[in-house]
Design a protein around this ligand. Structure first.
Ligand code: ATP
Ligand code: PRP
Length: 211
C-alpha cells in the first residue's frame, strides 16, 4: 500500500471542525479524538495520517513537503504567504481581520504617524501600504487588544470573530480588512505525485460542503 497521505491540521480552534469534516467524509477519526498527547494520528481507513501543529508550522511542513496537505486559516496564509497550493475554502473557522481602535476615537484624525499593534505585521503593513499610509508596526504575541488600552498603539489589526473581545475592552472596528476561513492547502510536488488521491479527497470534500 502507498504511504499514508499526511495532512497537517491546525490544532486549537480549527481542530474540531476539521475532524468533523473528515468524519462526514466517512473516515474513522477515533485515533484523533482519543489522541492524548500524541501528535501524529493515523486514519487507517483513508490511508491518511493527521499531524497536529501550530498554524504557522502547518504551512512550514506543507511547504517543505514533509506533509502533503494542510488545513490552515486564511489569516496564516496571508501573513506567511509561501509556495503551496490553496485548494478549497472549507467554510469553517470564519472570522475577519479588522482595524480597531478605542471606542469614540477618530483613528484617521491628526497628522502624526500612527502606531499599530498586531500579531500579523505583514497583513497590517500591506493594509496600510494599500492606503498609501505610513505607520509604525509593533509585533504583539497575544491579547493584542491591550496595546491601545495601555497607550502603546493607536490601533490594532487583529482577528475579530464575535466582536466580544473588542466590546468588552472598549474598542471598536474602524474598518474590515479581509474575511477569513479555513483552507485546504497542498504541497506543490505532492499535488503532482499524488494527484489522483488528492483530487479524490477534494471531490469528496466539495460534495460534503455542498450538502
Ligand atoms: N476568534 C478567533 N481568534 C483567532 N483565530 C480564530 C478565531 N476564530 C477562528 N479563528 C481561526 O482559527 C485559527 C487557529 O486559531 P487558534 O486561536 O486556535 O490558534 P492561534 O491563532 O495560533 O493561537 P494560539 O497562539 O493561542 O494557539 C486562526 O488562525 C483563525 O484562522
Ligand atoms: O471577536 P472574538 O470572538 O472576541 O474573537 C477575537 C479574539 O480571539 C483571538 O484571540 P485569542 O482568543 O486567540 O487569544 P490571543 O489574543 O491571546 O491570541 C483574537 O486575537 C481576538 O482577541
Amino acid at each position: 500500500m502507498a504511504k499514508p497521505l499526511r495532512i497537517a491540521l491546525t490544532k486549537g480552534r480549527l481542530e474540531k471542525d476539521t475532524v468533523g469534516l473528515l468524519e462526514r467524509l466517512g473516515y474513522d477519526c477515533t485515533a484523533v479524538r482519543e489522541k492524548g498527547r500524541r501528535l501524529i494520528l493515523p486514519i487507517p481507513d483513508g490511508n491518511m495520517e493527521v499531524v497536529l501543529a501550530k498554524a504557522n508550522d502547518v504551512i512550514t511542513y506543507v511547504e517543505h513537503g514533509v506533509c502533503d496537505m494542510g488545513v490552515v486559516g486564511k489569516d496564516t496564509i496571508i501573513e506567511m504567504q509561501g509556495k503551496f497550493f490553496e485548494l478549497v475554502d472549507l467554510g469553517f473557522g470564519r472570522c475577519k481581520f479588522a482595524l480597531a481602535c478605542k471606542k469614540g476615537t477618530d483613528f484617521y484624525s491628526g497628522f502624526g504617524v500612527k502606531c499599530i499593534a498586531t500579531k500579523y505585521p505583514n497583513v497590517a503593513r500591506r493594509f496600510f501600504e494599500s492606503k498609501g499610509m505610513d505607520v509604525d508596526i509593533v509585533k504583539i504575541e497575544g491579547s493584542v487588544e491591550l496595546a491601545p488600552l495601555l497607550g502603546l498603539a493607536d490601533g490594532i489589526v487583529d482577528i475579530v470573530e464575535t466582536g466580544v473581545t473588542l466590546r468588552e475592552n472598549g474598542l471598536e472596528v474602524v474598518e474590515d480588512v479581509v474575511p477569513i476561513s479555513a483552507r485546504l492547502i497542498a504541497n506543490t510536488v505532492s499535488l503532482k505525485l499524488r494527484q489522483t488521491e488528492i483530487e479524490a479527497l477534494i471531490q469528496k470534500i466539495e460534495e460534503a460542503l455542498s450538502k
